[in-house]
Design a protein. Sequence first.
Length: 67
Amino acid sequence: MWTINHFPSAMRSLSPSTRAKAIEIANHLLEQGRLDKQNVVSISVDQARRWARYEREWPITNGQLYA
């Protein structure tokens, strides 16, 4: 399991919030045990970047969706 203080070097360039999401995704994938670590890291970084783009385009503030 990875943490905000212990994570793969491929996540180093991500912003702190995107890295936290990548760690969350990676840990979930590791729990499933279907993929090797290299694939887990690649998938989690890609998905976290997508999440970050979505958050920038469709921010939610106080339960309200703003575009």
